[in-house]
Design a protein around this ligand. Structure first.
Ligand code: FAD
Length: 381
């Protein structure tokens, strides 16, 4: 959501500490950037996931769906995993380890389709993110990095869980180290399905990159006529980016709906906060959009305010970006253009998210050093 951007975190951190002392922390933050950049260059992985999800719901056996519902509802019989399922549904949060354990339990112990488990996370997590969620699930399932699967192990839980979480030992034997196996069951696939591992050549990546990035400049062009700022859930701090330079006559905060009640009320609170900041920054009235189809809400607002241009941060691959073709068409009917901008640092860094996180991190380190040399980043205390 970018309540706090990676750029802000990086600058704040390097104001206080030398990079070498905080490398692990910065790596955590840049994992998010890595996943975003990777999916941006492999958008087909997101559409494949969405297509399979739709298809599985209609074509999978009733007993598999019933089991999936029971596990999601915290009725798997493995007490510690049921605790995590309830925690996620009640709070919208799970620690990274719990996410890894639960996802692995779903895939490698329950042998359920990973796409359904990923959707459960996506509907409930307050920080639900198309890239981090889909690609982390693929990684757990052994579909993201060749020969790498994440297996949940009882010994690992015993080492890292608070003892009271394991006090109810029901079902723990299903997680015994020697029992959990990485053999994935086959589920029916939709027609014209694609392989999980696509051998993306450098040329294909470059083409995806060029296509997606060329249409989203990182500097706003001269905007003539009435323009409006649309803030959506992929980036709620546009005033800190290149959109800070525009002069909107109105601001709309509205995002894709869906998800649990906890997630939805969090999203509304975040958008309300973003709207207040934008109103103060630009000195214009804002509109908080309610639920309903995103395309209609944005198009109605643009028409009511006689906008010539709607400006927004470019949403990365995910549900909001999926709605863009329909939105562009609806806006065009009233003669309104959609101008989407990228943050300059995404433009610089995302193309490096290719082979794996650590090669990406090597590029980030060089990039940081160059920026420090030019005085664009602090050098640490
Ligand atoms: C199956 C699974 C699903 C996940 N789904 C999501 C998701 O939908 N959205 C999401 O943002 N993260 C997701 N993650 C990654 C990670 O678990 C969360 O980013 C992290 O747990 C958020 O908690 P925190 O803010 O306390 O993170 P901290 O541990 O305090 O880390 C600080 C920040 O670094 C970033 N970060 C840290 N680890 C990761 C990581 N592995 N991947 C990406 N970013 C990371 C996040 O922005 C995080 O807020 C998922 C991980 C797994 C294993």
């Amino acid at each position: 959501m970018r309540l706090i951007t990676e750029d802000e975190i990086l600058t704040e951190t390097l104001t206080r500490y030398p990079a070498a002392q905080v490398e692990k922390w910065l790596q955590e933050v840049f994992w998010r950037r890595y996943w975003k950049g990777w999916l941006e260059q492999h958008p087909g992985v997101w559409s494949l996931y969405r297509r399979r999800l739709e298809w599985l719901r209609g074509n999978i056996g009733a007993e598999v769906l019933a089991r999936a519902d029971a596990v999601v509802a915290g009725r798997s019989g493995v007490a510690v995993m049921d605790r995590f399922a309830r925690e996620l549904a009640e709070t919208g949060y799970l620690h990274n380890h719990a996410r890894m354990w639960w996802a692995s339990f779903w895939v490698h112990v329950e042998k359920l389709p990973w796409e359904l488990g990923a959707e459960f996370f996506f509907r409930h997590l307050l920080d639900a993110d198309a890239a981090s969620n889909t690609l982390s699930w693929r990684w757990v399932a052994g579909l993201q990095t060749r020969n790498k699967t994440y297996l949940v192990r009882r010994s690992n839980l015993e080492r890292h869980c608070a003892p009271e979480w394991l006090a109810d030992a029901a079902g723990l034997e299903r997680l015994n180290d020697e029992v959990v196996s990485a053999v994935l069951p086959e589920f029916p696939k939709p027609p014209e399905d694609q392989p999980d591992f696509i051998d993306w050549g450098a040329q294909e990546q470059a083409a995806n990159h060029a296509e997606r990035f060329a249409s989203h400049p990182s500097k706003p062009p001269e905007i003539e006529g009435r323009c409006g700022l649309w803030i959506h859930g992929e980036d709620v701090t546009p005033e800190l980016g290149n959109l800070g330079a525009i002069h909107p006559v109105s601001v709309l905060a509205g995002s894709s709906g869906g998800g649990s009640a906890v997630q939805s009320s969090f999203r509304q609170a975040v958008l309300t906060d973003a709207l207040r900041r934008a109103e103060a920054r630009f000195g214009v009235p804002g509109v908080l959009s309610g639920d309903g189809p995103l395309t209609l809400r944005v198009a109605d607002w643009a028409r009511a305010n006689q906008l010539v241009t709607v400006c927004a941060m470019a949403p990365a691959v995910g549900p909001i970006a999926d709605e863009l073709p329909a939105l562009r068409a609806a806006l065009k009917e009233s003669g309104t253009e959609l101008l989407l901008l990228r943050r300059h640092t995404d433009f610089e860094l995302w193309p490096h998210a290719r082979a794996g996180f650590f090669p990406f991190w090597d590029s980030v380190r060089l990039w940081m050093r160059a920026k420090q040399k030019r005085g664009e980043l602090p050098k640490g205390a």
